[in-house]
Design a protein around this ligand. Structure first.
Ligand code: EPU
Length: 419
């Protein structure tokens, strides 16, 4: 078990370079199994979610070479098509193996995927996609046995634009016979990253990044190369940090277009920043205006930045309102922020009212999930005194070298082993 100790209220100056996107990488790695040759993925973040996927690849029998941020995956030696409960339940993204194995071998057995406990997170839309393609699904005691004699292209209209269901349907359909159309697809940049990778291997996917994706099945996928796009959520987290305690803090190696909605909210707040295509320089700003935020699928305000931005709302001049529309249980950070001196009320489970101008104080708090943990790191860096954050394994799932990156810009942050 590890904890993070932060001595707050220091000004942060220098450059933070953004890593490859967790939510792209965790789909690209399973997608590589669809190839019949070796594939290379560059800019893979060193985070524990990737380690967990690596364990699954090895369990299945794939040959994996990982050096720094590059992964070379050869799936030809794969023998297993069954993923045990312990490793399925480590992370949500394990279910991308469901579709990749189904798409390639027409058979997979695995358990309900794990992930941060931020809501029910059903997988009905993914299963709907598989069924439409002709797969047979037997579900018993949380175990899914999915088989198909042949997968056939189909028209699938998702009930909601789910990122997971969009990627899973794409992975299952690339080698299906005929044409698959996904309507009401999610439009997140990570989906475009996955589609581009598959096309690089020889797939025929059009329309990724829009709400209608068309996939013309191919028989074989060959060698492939891709680079993981910059992590827009990591970028957003550090941009928010700049608005809290930055002095010319440069957030580098980003695709600014992917964080447009956050930037527009910060502009509304009056945050002092210089916005460029691939970097942003940001200064802590006094007298920020309160705002109203509602989370939505891309290009709306991302739910994954909802918790980090709450730390900033505690410093605005007046009352801000935030509505979470994607998950039912993503306010577990609020009691801890209140312990630190914030004044936040939760209404009807999906809305919060944040009183501004509150002084945050160091406290002992717990990371209950990945982005709740990120929120507490931001609050602790702003607070006076010392904060101890426990359960930081959640944070390490998604933020590469967070302690080193923050130390380099002047933060007093330490990670410690506890018994
Ligand atoms: N949903 C269903 N049925 C489904 C699929 C989704 O009802 O079959 C619902 C979910 O319960 C949720 C909503 O639809 O209310 C959106 O879920 P989505 O499928 O889009 O999310 P996901 O694929 O499970 C990914 C990211 C999340 C991120 C969401 C939304 C990965 C591994 N996870 O999850 O990332 O919040 O998209 O952008 O890519 C995080 O990084 O902290 C994180 C939770």
């Amino acid at each position: 078990m590890k904890q993070i100790r932060i001595e707050g209220n220091h000004t942060l100056q220098g450059t933070i370079s953004i890593s490859g996107a967790k939510n792209s990488a965790v789909a690209l790695v399973p997608a590589s199994l669809l190839s019949d040759e070796e594939v290379t993925i560059d800019n893979v973040p060193n985070i524990s979610d990737i380690d967990a996927l690596n364990d699954i690849l090895k369990y299945l029998g794939a040959k994996v070479t990982k050096k720094d941020n590059t992964m070379i995956i050869d799936s030809r030696p794969i023998k297993n098509k069954e993923i045990p409960k312990e490793i399925s339940s480590k992370l949500r993204a394990s279910y991308y193996f469901m579709s990749a194995l189904l798409g390639k071998y027409k058979k997979v057995e695995m358990y309900f995927p794990g992930g941060c406990s931020i809501g029910a997170r059903p997988i009905d839309q993914t299963l709907k996609g598989f069924r439409a393609l002709g797969a047979k699904i037997i579900e018993k005691d949380n175990k899914f046995t999915i088989t198909a004699k042949v997968l056939k292209g189909a028209n699938i209209s998702l009930d909601m634009p789910s990122v997971g269901a969009t990627i899973n349907t794409m992975l299952a359909a690339v080698k299906a016979k005929g044409v698959t159309v996904i309507e009401n697809a999610a439009k997140e940049p990570e989906i475009v990253n996955v589609a581009t990778f598959l096309n690089n291997m020889g797939a025929k996917i059009r329309g990724a990044g829009t709400s209608k994706i068309t996939i013309t099945g191919v028989e074989k996928l060959g060698k492939g190369f891709t680079e993981v796009i910059p992590d827009r959520i990591e970028a957003g987290t550090y941009i928010i940090l700049g608005a809290l305690v930055g002095k010319k803090l440069k957030i580098d190696n980003i695709i600014t277009k992917h964080v447009e909605m956050l930037i527009s909210k910060l502009e509304e707040m009056g945050v002092d920043m210089e916005v460029n295509d691939d970097y942003i320089i940001i200064n802590a700003t006094k007298d920020m205006k309160p705002v109203k935020i509602k989370t939505l699928g891309y290009p709306g305000f991302p739910t994954d930045l909802q918790q980090p931005v709450t730390a900033l709302l505690t410093q605005c001049c007046g009352e801000s309102q935030l509505e979470e529309t994607i998950y039912e249980n993503r306010f577990k950070n609020i009691p801890y922020l209140n312990t630190m001196g914030a004044s936040i009320t939760i209404n009807n489970n999906n809305k919060i009212v944040v009183e501004g101008n509150t002084q945050l104080h160091g406290s002992k708090v717990e990371a209950t999930d990945l982005r709740a943990g990120a929120c507490l790191v931001l609050a602790a860096l702003k607070a006076d005194g010392e904060t101890i954050i426990t359960n930081v394994e959640y944070i390490l799932r998604g933020y590469e070298n967070i302690v080193e990156k923050l130390t380099n810009v002047g933060a007093k942050i330490y990670i410690e082993e506890i018994k």
